[in-house]
Design a protein around this ligand. Structure first.
Ligand code: NAP
Length: 328
């Protein structure tokens, strides 16, 4: 099969088309003929050598695919209601940049009939991550205010839409006015350009001094102390990335006085049963929102798979709004 390899750690050009043996579905897995592969920031980190591949996962990059089931564990497929020929999108722990990819059957979801494979391939990584961190860890409720750092990212456009569909208020931070306008068009209530405005003061102003109930943070570093200053009493700060550094100074007094929670998680190394439980929750609550177009894929650009290096270069330029997808 054709695949995109990380030939050595480095710049986008280290991604090269290659021939690889087709993977074989093990117990509990399906083999998917991939029509489209989503691109995510963790793929960029893996390419640079900053994100180790979990034990047992493919060394090929790619955490999400969409296509057609061509083979697999018949009993597992039957118990999940799938069969060869079905269109699925799947969250995978690696190996997504390839024409064929194996996926645990529990991490597969049907492609909504109104979506193309390119659109479906853009869903799993950010939908699983946002569900797990905003709703499970962050316990976002209807009527709460969510602050999303990086509102125009692949994660951000998903967080905006899922939180709005769940009747929360959404504030985002972005690095340009054009990104702010795109996030408002997607449903965000307020967008703060963090390059021209102090997000702490803005969140306090927007919430009348109360603060956000949940913050989804992909920056960390010195953002953490500032985030505690615009988190509501009993608020939850959920860290999913450390683009601003891993070290933070925390006012422990504020944490106990205002009963704040600082938490975080990373999806990729979690177990198949953990990810399968998220898939079930998504299928029950979020898939109807996709089917009714209440929530939509947001795709910035589609690349032929052999141009994966160009997709990574665009992602690192931070010019995109939403997702990048490779097509086979
Ligand atoms: N923990 C997990 O399980 C998990 C899973 C998936 C992804 N992630 C992480 O989540 C992040 C987003 O992933 P993605 O695939 O959606 O990537 P992406 O589309 O490339 O988004 C990265 C975003 O970070 C924003 N950003 C950078 N510095 C910022 C700052 N100081 N304040 C606010 N925003 C800032 C950039 O927007 P601006 O141009 O507006 O700055 C950009 O939109 C990545 O860091 C990724 O590693 C974590």
């Amino acid at each position: 099969m054709k695949a995109i390899e990380i030939t050595t750690h480095g710049a986008p050009e280290v991604l090269r088309p290659a021939e690889r043996p087709a993977p074989v579905a093990a117990a509990g897995e399906v083999l998917v003929r991939v029509n489209a592969s989503g691109v995510n920031r963790p793929d960029v980190l893996q390419r640079k050598g900053l994100y180790p591949v979990p034990p047992g996962a493919s060394d090929l990059p790619g955490l999400e695919v969409a296509g057609v089931i061509v083979d697999g564990d018949a009993a597992a497929m039957a118990s999940a209601g799938f069969k060869p020929g079905d269109r699925v999108c799947a969250l995978v722990a690696g190996g997504g940049y390839a024409e064929l990819c194996v996926a645990p059957v529990g991490q597969c979801l049907p492609v909504p009939a109104n979506l193309s494979d390119v659109e479906a391939a853009s869903l799993p990584e950010t939908f699983f991550t946002v569900w797990s961190n905003v709703f499970d860890r962050g316990r976002l409720q209807a009527g709460d205010t969510l602050l999303v750092q990086g509102g125009s990212s692949g994660i951000g456009v998903t967080a905006i839409q899922l939180a709005k569909a769940a009747n929360a208020k959404v504030i985002v931070t972005v690095g340009s006015d054009a990104k702010a306008a795109a996030c408002i068009a997607l449903g965000a209530d307020e967008a703060i350009n963090y390059k021209t405005h102090d997000f702490v003061a803005e969140v306090q102003r927007i919430t009348g001094g109360r603060g956000a109930h949940v913050i989804l943070d992909m920056v960390a570093g010195d953002y953490v102390a500032r985030e505690l200053n615009c988190l509501a009493d009993d608020g939850r700060l959920v860290i999913i990335a450390v683009q601003g550094g891993t070290k933070a100074q925390v006012d422990a007094g504020a944490v106990l006085r205002r009963r704040l929670t600082i938490t975080g998680s990373t999806l990729r190394p979690r177990s198949v049963p953990f990810k399968s439980a998220i898939a079930q929750a998504l299928r029950q609550t979020v898939w109807p929102w996709l089917e009714s177009a209440k929530v939509k894929p947001v795709i910035h650009q589609v690349f032929p798979a052999e141009k994966a290096a160009e997709a990574h270069a665009l992602m690192e330029s931070n010019q995109h709004i939403g997702k990048l997808v490779l097509q086979w």
